[in-house]
Design a protein around this ligand. Structure first.
Ligand code: GLY
Length: 406
């Protein structure tokens, strides 16, 4: 059995972007941190499109989450600059804005409702007719009959973000244990670290569970504090815009097509990300013919020229869904155990604010005021503000060697 002699201040379970930003920010504040993950920097960020869509993905009933999303969106430019400086790597942050369009009368009615909600929330979104949409994005289909221009919803490249966070962590002295955390260690009524599949024991004063959709699967966590997260599958395609087609799209373009969401995120390097399905399939990450077909069919209605582009990648990832679609950030009822998970559709967007919130909780014991509604304790039995749960996915079996990563 291997043992690490000196306990860490913090061990983070899961080396996806949420675990990495937590470790980086905590290390910057002088805490001795470790990350346990067989493949840090992988996880859902390798699939995600990287839209920072606080305004265009606003959903009725999620106005509290909107506040956190907007706070993180506002932090992005400075966060990107600071991380790029720390890592010496670009994270592909692009202040390009978003255009959400409607293809028929039903879509337009839905978009009008979204616009009304945005206005009630004091958000900046401008209604455009079909001609105005096509003037902004000439590749749009002639049938586009209206849209919303959201100047403040930008993008970053999640793969570059993950790589930069990994380097920033290494430079800040975070220790990486490339092992799969299997069991929470407890002494008395306190979490004291984790034991890994290979026998490694990582002792720590605080353990942060940041393992994305796998956060509820660590053995040894008392049932009342197991995070209520579930995997929500998203299939995503990547295409390449050859130099001759550039600029194909100049901003993120999205639409609701027959009730399904489709978005196209153009990167400066010519990559075009097309997403995403949203499926309650347990831990299944199979790319299906049906998923690829529906994405291409809907995207083709939106931007017919897309079928000429080379298709370079098809992938499926798992969003960590929570009962109210909002993250769980901070201390649990078990002393020494904290959560940074449940980011659902907003993991990339919420990365900056998650790092700040977790670092503050880890250094002071208290979250900042704007993060209090996202305490994991809201789901603890008897707590007064437990939101009504959304339907949970049937628990599927994780593949035997599935990694824990956010
Ligand atoms: N936020 C985009 C997605 O989750 O598909």
């Amino acid at each position: 059995m291997h043992a690490v002699a000196k306990p860490y201040d913090v061990v983070v379970v899961g080396g996806g972007i949420i675990g990495l930003v937590t470790a980086w920010r905590a290390a910057q504040r002088g805490l001795r941190c470790a990350v346990a993950d067989p493949a840090p920097g992988r996880g859902a960020a390798q699939v995600a499109a990287g839209m920072l869509a606080a305004v265009s993905e606003l959903t009725p009933g999620e106005e509290t989450l909107l506040g956190l999303n907007l706070a993180s969106a506002r932090r992005y430019p400075q966060f990107a600059a600071e991380l790029e400086e720390a890592a010496g790597q670009d994270i592909g942050f692009r202040a390009c804005g978003t255009l959400a369009v409607a293809l028929d009368a039903d879509d337009r009615a839905q978009l009008r409702e979204l616009h009304a909600l945005q206005e009630r929330c004091g958000l900046d979104a401008q209604w455009l007719n079909g001609r105005e949409c096509r003037r902004l994005e000439p590749m749009l289909a002639p049938g586009v009959c209206g849209g919303l221009r959201v100047e403040g919803d930008h993008q970053t490249d999640p793969r570059r973000l993950a790589a930069a966070l990994l380097t920033a962590c290494e430079r800040a002295g975070v220790a990486f244990h490339r092992v799969r955390a299997e069991r929470l260690l407890c002494h008395g009524d306190r979490a004291t670290g984790v034991a890994a599949a290979d026998g490694t024991r990582l002792s720590a004063d605080r353990t942060v569970l940041a393992a994305g959709s796998f956060s509820g699967r660590l053995a040894g966590v008392p049932p009342e504090v197991v995070p209520p997260v579930r995997p929500v599958k998203g299939q995503v395609l990547r295409l390449r815009v050859p130099g001759t087609h550039a600029p194909f799209l100049s901003r993120t373009v999205r639409a609701v097509v027959r009730g399904g969401h489709v978005y196209l995120v153009p990167r400066e390097n010519g990559e075009l990300v097309l997403g995403a399905t949203s499926e309650e399939m347990g831990w299944d990450t199979t790319v299906t013919a049906g998923g690829v077909y529906e994405l291409l069919r809907d995207a083709h209605e939106l931007v017919p020229g897309i079928t000429e582009l080379p298709l370079t990648e098809t992938l499926a990832g798992l969003r960590p869904g929570s009962p109210d679609n909002a993250p769980l950030l901070g201390a649990t009822e078990l002393p020494g155990l904290l959560l940074a998970t449940g980011h659902h559709r907003n993991g990339v967007l919420l990365t900056p604010v998650t790092g700040d919130v977790m670092a503050q909780v880890l250094t002071t014991g208290e979250p900042p005021a704007h993060a209090r509604p996202f305490s994991p304790r809201r789901f603890t039995a008897g707590h007064s503000s437990v939101p009504s749960p959304a339907p949970r996915a049937a628990d599927g079996e994780a593949p035997a060697r599935q990694e824990l990563s956010a």
